[in-house]
Design a protein around this ligand. Structure first.
Ligand code: SP5
Ligand code: ZN
Length: 347
């Protein structure tokens, strides 16, 4: 399997995030992608670099004003005060119900709030560069699939599935899975399925495709009544307008047994097969691992091999996009187990 990797991810390395009123080291680190790359190389996978500029696809997935803000955010942060170079901006005010989000404020912090769902996406000087390289990898993976490749893995970060059309959040800035799906549609795939197996519901991806019948979104995740992102991911979210019936949420209780997780995976895969997808994008979060520091599912290394095998049974071309997974030491084995499980069945 071809794995796409760009060193640009390392430019996004926030010093800290906020947790329960304290500054804590960021869970989402450059080390994550480096550990996976090392495991890919150790197991003989071919490495490539992103070769497609995602900008035109990004403009179909995100709003123009959000992209403009994100690309210019660091320069604007510095323009307020040169000393901001050593500080991380966080939002402190948000346009929730009854407040207007149609008028873009001039104030930087107000705009940061407008374009954020939470204060959990730490922004640094290299954020745009890293996120853009991840989107370029997603667009490149789509090009490879359309040229006949059976599967491609985007070893990119920061992750993307919490990012909506016009907001960041949950470590995510640009929605790489949505870019991959949209690029596949653009390139001629009639129906694309996105399967999100990250521990957290992919609220951004769901919202981007919610009114569309050409992209099916299916997700297995911790029940939003207790798990992040809390405000989306329930079973009654089935799509709207033309998209009605093309959104499938399978929330599972925190701490649920591995057997239940695989039963839900079967339900999602059956729906994807019935949809007659031409291609599959997998939002590959590895935070379902039993040892993950911020999640509660119970998957072990061997389960990730099984996941890859189960995915291959759908007999579809697949783009794997890295999402979450914070047990850094085990992340390489777990991620590459999915890819190797997939290839075992394809071979
Ligand atoms: C891409 C992705 O996986 N994003 C996840 C963002 C989660 N942010 C909120 C995390 C809250 C964790 N609280 C559990 C603390 C356990 N000590
Ligand atoms: Zn996650």
């Amino acid at each position: 399997m071809i794995a796409l990797y760009s060193e640009a991810h390392a430019a996004h390395a926030p010093a800290f995030e906020n947790f329960r009123g304290e500054r804590v080291p960021c869970f989402e680190t450059p080390q994550r992608a480096q550990i996976i790359r090392a495991q890919l190389q150790a197991r003989g996978h071919a490495m490539g670099a992103p070769h497609v500029d995602s900008r035109s696809v990004l403009a179909q997935v995100h709003t123009a004003r959000y992209l403009r803000f994100l690309e210019g955010a660091w320069a604007q942060w510095l323009a307020i005060d040169a000393a901001n170079a050593g500080r991380q901006p966080f939002p402190s005010v948000w346009p929730v119900r009854t407040l207007r989000s149609d008028v873009e404020p001039a104030n930087f912090t107000a705009r940061l709030g407008l374009y954020s769902m939470d204060n959990g996406a730490p922004l640094v000087e290299g954020t745009w560069q890293a996120a853009k390289a991840g989107a370029d990898a997603a667009a490149s993976a789509a090009a490879l699939l359309l040229a006949g490749e059976r599967s491609v893995f985007c070893c990119s970060r920061p992750p993307g599935h919490h990012a909506g059309a016009d907001f960041m959040g949950g470590f995510c800035f640009l929605n790489n899975a949505a870019v991959a799906a949209q690029a596949l549609r653009q390139g001629g795939a009639q129906r694309v399925a996105v399967l999100d197996v990250d521990y957290h519901h992919g609220n951004g991806t769901q919202s981007i495709f919610y009114d569309r019948a050409d992209v099916l979104f299916a997700s297995l995740h911790g029940d939003p009544r207790t798990e992040y992102p809390f405000y989306l991911g329930h079973t009654d979210e089935t799509g709207e307008g033309a998209g009605h019936g093309f959104n499938l949420n399978l929330p599972l209780p925190a701490g649920c047994p591995v057997h239940d997780w695989f039963a839900a995976l079967d339900v999602a895969l059956s729906r994807i097969v019935a949809f007659r997808a031409d291609a599959l994008v997998v939002s590959l979060g590895l935070d379902t691992f039993a040892g993950d520091p911020i999640s509660t599912f119970q998957l072990e290394a061997a389960d990730f091999l099984r996941l890859g095998q189960r995915l291959a049974a759908a007999r579809l071309p697949v783009i794997f996009v890295l999402e979450g997974g914070y047990a850094a030491a085990e992340l390489g084995v777990n991620a590459v187990n999915v890819l190797d499980g997939f290839e075992q069945v394809c071979a």
